[in-house]
Design a protein around this ligand. Structure first.
Ligand code: SF4
Length: 113
């Protein structure tokens, strides 16, 4: 049996989680809601993260992020895809990469300037 101590990052409360792995059975304690349980289980099986970055345009750079979390192991590759972009312009809310690297997440512009 293995125990891992984690901080839930799904909301500002930051509950301290204890994830117990006993073979295929994973239990989470310390969470105040279901999201913490899901986060704790994912974190020990396939950790996921939102990626934030910036896209180069002719008018400067625009902040962007993934529309949903992507596997933590793919963050570097997703960043490389974003770095390849050279756009004329990009507006708030615009999808600049659809389904980046087949993760199911889009790259979305999050600021106008
Ligand atoms: S377990 Fe729920 S209440 Fe606690 S930090 Fe995570 S999301 Fe927030």
């Amino acid at each position: 049996m293995e125990k891992r101590e984690l901080t839930c990052i799904m909301c500002p409360l930051g509950c301290q989680l204890t994830v117990t792995i006993d073979g295929e059975i994973i239990t989470v304690t310390g969470n105040n809601c279901k999201r913490g349980e899901i986060f704790g289980k994912e974190e020990v099986t396939c950790p996921m993260r939102i990626v934030t970055s910036s896209v180069k345009t002719e008018k400067g750079v625009r902040a962007c992020k993934t529309s949903k979390p992507v596997p933590k192991s793919m963050i570097f590759e997703v960043m490389k895809e974003i770095e390849k972009l050279r756009l004329k312009n990009a507006k708030f809310g615009e999808v600049v990469i659809k389904n980046v690297l087949n993760t199911g997440a889009d790259i979305v512009i999050t600021a106008n300037e």
